[in-house]
Design a protein around this ligand. Structure first.
Ligand SMILES: [Zn+2]
Length: 286
């Protein structure tokens, strides 16, 4: 993506090098409640290990304040993420206004190791996520390396896809879709709740594609960008992740969709570029 010299978002909060204070979540908030709360988090892929959320006793050893020393590469990555966020602000403002709605910007928090959100405390192993109550996207920039190495999905636009997928969740939040899904999930069986989750995630992939459609219209795409996004979408499919981590797949437990579905919905958003085309909740062809 052609990003250098472009506007950076002012809604990025840099909390890197600042560890979470155990005292802040001590007292009445037990580990069990924290884990229940964290389930509301919309993390980027099913591979994140939620059991790695520390309880407050573990966090007590993490309270030392350190000055975060970023490398030149990290500095560049942080700038890139800010530009991507700014581009999502412009695109979604335009789309919302064309539909007579006002878009409010999400925040984006850069962190290292652990972070405290309105959804609870999360560690880097959770992967990038969006927290609906505070309307912020949380990302540890080390995920870029994880995309390259663990998911074999390199490239700047793979990262752009990740950010715009999370912003897609923010769009769903503003449109009230997230509330509807939460209510529907409340009375559902686990398999049904998982299917709602898959539909929500595939729609976020679609919305990420809609954003990419506008990026192309602004002539900001470079050769290979869409392939990078499609490769990343495939790499974080539930079937791919389960096969790699446990050797077999359990479709009922899918929460994000298969590699093929994630690619297809991103690409549909990219080619259509409209809000209407992304109704993943009323289709037999998921
Ligand atoms: Zn998601």
């Amino acid at each position: 993506m052609k990003w250098q010299g472009r506007r950076q978002s002012t809604n990025v909060e840099d909390r890197r090098g600042r560890s979470v204070k155990g005292a802040a979540i001590g007292g009445g908030v037990g580990g069990g409640i924290l884990i229940a709360v964290i389930m509301l988090v919309l993390n980027f892929c099913g591979g994140g290990d939620l059991s790695q959320i520390p309880d407050s006793t573990q966090l007590d050893s993490q309270t030392a304040a350190t000055t975060y020393q970023e490398t030149q590469q990290e500095d560049e990555l942080a700038q890139f993420v800010s530009v991507v966020l700014a581009e999502t602000e412009d695109v979604w403002t335009e789309i919302f206004s064309a539909n007579d709605m006002a878009y409010s910007y999400p925040g984006l928090v850069l962190y290292t190791d652990y972070v405290e959100s309105a959804c609870g405390i999360a560690g880097s192993a959770t992967g990038p996520f969006y927290c609906p109550p505070d309307q912020k996207v949380y990302i540890d920039l080390s995920f870029y390396k994880e995309l390259q190495q663990r998911f074999n999905a390199p490239g700047d636009f793979a990262m752009a896809y990740v950010i715009s997928h999370e912003v897609g969740h923010h769009v769903q939040n503003l449109l009230g879709i997230m509330d509807e899904v939460n209510s529907a999930q409340a009375g559902a069986s686990e398999a049904e709740a998982n299917e709602y989750s898959v539909r929500l995630e595939l729609q976020a992939d679609y919305l990420s594609g809609v954003w990419a459609h506008y990026v192309e219209r602004m002539n900001l795409l470079e050769e290979g960008d869409i392939d990078e996004a499609l490769n990343a979408a495939s790499a974080v499919g539930d079937d791919r992740i389960q096969k790699q981590s446990q050797g077999y797949v359990v479709p009922d437990s899918f929460t994000h969709g298969t590699s093929e579905q994630r690619q297809r919905w991103f690409y549909k958003g990219f080619t259509t570029g409209t809000l209407e085309g992304g109704d993943t909740f009323n289709t037999d062809n998921l």
